[in-house]
Design a protein around this ligand. Structure first.
Ligand SMILES: C[S@@+](CC[C@H](N)C(=O)[O-])C[C@H]1O[C@@H](n2cnc3c(N)ncnc32)[C@H](O)[C@@H]1O
Length: 209
């Protein structure tokens, strides 16, 4: 009976993970997401340390991990423990030793060291209080560190379900947290894509949770 219960639990876990992955990406995401162009626009360098904040099923995590050297690192940060453990399994299966899964708290990234880039795809609308969150996150950035936000524009179903943020609201949220807009990329048909830097660049110091 115990073995059967364990097998059922494992099966349910696999179903939940597959469901969440499908919900986060939907069918044929590559057609509108242009993931390779998004990643190349970030201009990553080999040894960069990157945080994929709200990594979900790892759609961008693994592309980011391939864009930096094995000596670089991609922290796959998420509040969903099950997805964090699934990401760890996928990274091991694909031999990506520079992916480090991190279980975060809603109000805290829990990054173990300051990073060069914090990347968010379709996660901004989940952040409870962006002004406070990103002001705190400034301590987790290395000098010259950036925050890149890819976020659905509030149109169609995204507007109905609220899984979107108007670009102006992202700009003002980040401005209030101490950042300035450094690039506004407009090649994504469904999402805004902006990169921010700190007004007042100072070395990061925060680590852990
Ligand atoms: C819509 S999914 C996007 C996943 C992935 N970035 C993608 O583009 O496919 C949003 C993810 O953010 C995570 N999340 C929600 N609130 C969070 C927070 N405060 N910190 C980190 N991750 C969070 C959710 O658990 C979920 O995995």
């Amino acid at each position: 009976v115990t073995d059967e219960r364990t097998a059922v639990r494992a099966l349910l876990r696999r179903i939940r993970i597959a469901f969440k992955r499908a919900a986060y990406s939907g069918p044929r995401r590559h057609r509108w997401q242009h993931p390779d162009r998004v990643v190349s626009s970030l201009g990553l360098r080999g040894e960069d340390r990157v945080a994929d904040l709200g990594a979900g099923g790892g759609y961008f995590t693994f592309r980011l991990a391939r864009a930096v050297d094995p000596s670089g690192v991609v922290y796959a940060v998420d509040t969903d423990r099950e997805m964090v453990s699934a990401l760890a399994e996928d990274a091991a299966r694909n031999g990506l030793r520079n992916v480090v899964p991190i279980e975060a708290r809603p109000e805290e990234s829990c990054l173990p060291e300051p990073v060069d880039l914090v990347f968010l795809a379709n996660t901004y609308h989940h952040i409870p209080d962006p002004r406070d969150y990103f002001a705190r996150l400034a301590r987790r950035l290395r000098p010259g560190g950036r925050i890149a936000v890819v976020e659905a524009r509030p149109t169609g179903l995204h507007r109905v379900f609220g899984h979107a943020t108007p670009p102006g609201e992202i700009r003002s949220g980040l401005a209030r947290a101490g950042y300035r807009l450094s690039a506004d990329l407009d090649f994504l048909p469904r999402q805004s894509f902006m990169i921010f830097r700190l007004h007042d660049d100072r070395p990061g110091e925060g680590a852990g949770c």
